[in-house]
Design a protein around this ligand. Sequence first.
Ligand code: SF4
Ligand code: SF4
Length: 366
Amino acid sequence: MSEVYFAKVGASKHNERLPNKVRQLFDKAGFNDLITEKDMVALKLHFGEPGNTTFLRPQFTRQIVDKVKEYGGKPFLTDANTLYTGQRSNAVDHLNAAALHGFLPAVVDAPIIIADGLTGRDFVEVDVDLKHLKTVKFGAAAYHADVIGAISHFKCHVVGGIGGAIKNLGMGLGSRAGKQQMHSDTKPIVEGEKCIGCGTCAKWCPEDAIDIPDKAIINQDKCIGCGECLIQCPTKAINVRWDASSKNMQEKMVEYTYGVMKNKKDKTFFYNFLLDITPDCDCVPWSGKQIVPDIGIMASTDPIAIDQASADLVNQQTANPGSKIKTNVNPGDDKIHEVHNIDWDLQLKYGEEIGLGSRQYKIIEI
Ligand code: SF4
Ligand code: SF4
């Protein structure tokens, strides 16, 4: 059984402020023991796609930067470039997006290094020899760091169901080639009667895989399964056969996480922030209504336990009125499943199976 440390939202005095709780969690969860003097510590986060307003505030990251420095580490913030054609698909745009959202040295007191370099080609290939993948390709800066801290905004996700620690580390650090590997089963289809021929999907497709003679047609040979068209379509005309594709993608994401952690035994830590729990991830340039109220912050050294505990706590809430949750509104109902109709726990079951962590956890509230 793994330990997951937890601090609730809500404060009525100074030391109950959320930034303080971030610091307290660092010590209670024993993250200081993972850091040796002069260790380079990669803090993996998501700077948020411009237009999104529910990405994690730089203020939280700053608390973790300060704690890492207190224990002699050299922190830097990192993420890898995206597959889709948003504003984080190369290091220049990515750093500009980070700056736009307040991730600047004066605020976070740490440099930003885009893990897979200027154009996503700076990656290492690590042997994993697992069910789906023999090797994984992820950002070199993360591989060469001594310690990784995954700072994750916990919310729902269009392909994986949940976006937490596994998504942040596995999918997030994958190079562009790596992200293609993970997405390769996610081939979308167009429902002709819903398509209005607006062309938005073709504009966002990174592979030029969509023609719009009248209605959208996806060239399945060119499609890399990034899911971007699916998110952008205004009429929800694009869908994916989730049965096999989500399962495979979730499991590949887990294999990536396994690869990222492989040379960092006892050198990886996780924060999940259960705040602004939106229906989509921070890759979308908007923010949907939060599905449940803010809950708190978790910290653990086990990525499976922290994601399981986070999902369980979300599902234990009552749904926010007016959110995407219309049916599973009561405590105990699976709200996360309702958002994208995805069995989100497949990634956790597989992660446990390959020894990445445990779905059994004990919550220790601070
Ligand atoms: S058609 Fe394929 S490659 Fe193009 S945006 Fe959609 S999922 Fe991505
Ligand atoms: S974005 Fe949707 S509605 Fe517009 S062309 Fe593409 S599939 Fe059709």
